[in-house]
Design a protein around this ligand. Structure first.
Ligand code: 4AD
Ligand code: MG
Length: 444
């Protein structure tokens, strides 16, 4: 009863033509008459039309099927029939049926068939309230599969290159990315924070492991709700010893291209189903990513009439304009020192700048990676902490990394949902995470 022997995706691919199969799944759609009943059955691998006839099933079983509402779970046995007219080219001629989990007619599945079919990411409040049920839509299922392959690609990229997976705490005493987006948590009479990044604790292990990475949630108290901000997002981060900004960028480019290639290999069907042009994804997998200095980006923006002054970090509105016409992702390097947190290393050639990079995705998506070379001598880190007006105390462990055998090193963080949104062509970041968290919503 519990094991599955056949999958709808297999049947639709022609693996079981002319054979008897047993399918377990959920009623996706139904229609029919008193004699013949059509069910579109769904499992995690696809949908298929199933034809049940009263004559073949007998009255009781036929009536059970006929009264099965949408999202009823059932087990069907039947012959696989090749039929050009059926969606996917196959249908099941049902010989027996068993209802496993009925749906009460007093409380039918709240999301209508057409909302299920037409789910396109333009979710209404109603659909967000019913997110736990919305996960069953074809679009969301595709997004979740794409997401899974992105995680797999992150692990394979780093593991194939001798990086060690390493974990940092989520409760922390100090900020990484500045205080304004810190979540405070009461902690036995003290105040602690939810981590914004694994980085500082990764740097502590850098002299032990030299090449390390993680994929973990990071938290940011982003008050404004935008198409690309979550308060809880998944963060792929790496740290590498004996490396400068250029080597770190090579890994950023390598990782993003590997993710795009993996999606083409594993998820072409899903990408096409959510409306993504596969040629674009192939371009992002195959092309090199140019490097551009911050100053050049500011000039370009000013040339386009955008109101921006040298020294400002680029927010979404600016990145959007800048990347609208990019053919491929671009690295922006050498941001002004005043625009970036204390851990960035000032450029020895011109200390107004830091040796850092953001990777900006094209089509208006903007930043998907932030990283760079770290300040690695004790003297420099103390200077940077003091000039930021940050207290030293929570960072003593971080300063110790410099006190005891500091070496050049660097790393980056990649926002998993940013990359999933961009590569799938989603309109909104919440399309690519099952239960999105923003300033307004923590339920369901
Ligand atoms: O640029 P950020 O703030 O860099 C860091 O956190 C560094 N400490 C990383 C490092 O060097 N190890 O964040 C890195 C990436 C961004 O480029 C973006 O993709 C993602 O994290 N990100 C968010 N994604 C979704 N919602 C948010 N609120 C995000 N904030 C950052
Ligand atoms: Mg950033």
């Amino acid at each position: 009863m519990m094991q599955k022997s056949h999958w709808i995706g297999e049947v639709q691919s022609g693996m079981h033509d002319g054979k008897e199969v047993e399918l377990k799944g959920w009623v996706h759609r139904t229609r029919g008459s008193n004699k013949i009943h059509f069910i579109v059955l769904r499992d995690s691998t696809g949908t298929i039309q199933c034809v049940a006839k009263r004559d073949a099933l007998g009255d009781d079983s036929f009536e059970d099927l006929k009264s099965s509402l949408i999202e009823t779970s059932i087990i069907l046995k039947g012959m696989v029939n090749v039929d050009e007219r059926a969606p996917g080219g196959h249908e099941i001629i049902v010989s027996s049926a068993e209802v496993v989990g009925p749906v009460n007619p007093e409380k039918p599945f709240p999301i209508t068939e057409s909302a299920m079919e037409n789910a396109d990411g333009g979710e209404t409040e109603f659909l967000l309230d019913n997110r736990h049920l919305y996960l069953r839509t074809g679009r969301m299922t595709n997004m979740l599969k794409i997401r899974s392959s992105v995680f797999g690609a992150v692990h394979s990229y780093f593991r194939e290159r001798e990086f060690t997976e390493y974990h940092a705490p989520s409760f922390v005493a100090g900020a990484v990315e500045g205080g304004s987006t810190l979540f405070e948590v009461p902690y036995f009479g003290r105040k602690v924070y939810l981590t914004q990044s694994w980085q500082l604790y990764a740097e502590a292990a850098m002299p032990a492991l030299e090449r390390l990475y993680t994929v973990a949630p990071s938290f940011r108290a982003e008050k404004s709700r935008t198409r690309r901000h979550l308060t809880e997002f998944w963060h792929a981060e790496m740290e590498i010893a004996w490396a400068g900004n250029a080597e770190v960028m090579e890994h950023g480019e390598g990782l993003v291209r590997h993710i795009a290639r993996t999606l083409l290999d594993e998820r072409s069907d899903e990408l096409a189903s959510v409306g993504r042009d596969l040629d674009l994804v192939a371009r992002y997998a195959d092309s090199p990513y140019p490097r551009m200095r911050y100053d050049e980006a500011v000039e370009t923006l000013q040339g386009l009439g955008v109101d921006i002054e040298w020294g400002q970090d680029l927010d979404y509105s600016k990145e959007k304009v800048l990347t609208q016409d990019f053919e491929v992702p671009h690295f922006l390097t050498h941001y002004p020192r005043i625009a970036k947190p204390f851990y960035h290393r000032p450029d020895p050639d011109d200390e107004k700048y830091v040796l850092c990079h953001d990777l900006l995705a094209p089509e208006g998506y903007g930043e998907i990676i932030g990283g760079g070379e770290r300040t690695w001598s004790e003297k420099e880190i103390l200077e940077r902490i003091d000039e930021e007006g940050t207290p030293r105390e929570p960072y003593e462990f971080y300063i110790d990394v410099r006190r005891y055998g500091g070496v050049p090193h660097g790393g980056f963080g990649l926002g998993i949902e940013r990359v999933c949104s961009w590569l799938s062509g989603a309109d909104h970041i919440r399309e690519v995470i099952p239960f999105p968290r923003d300033s307004r919503r923590v339920t369901p």
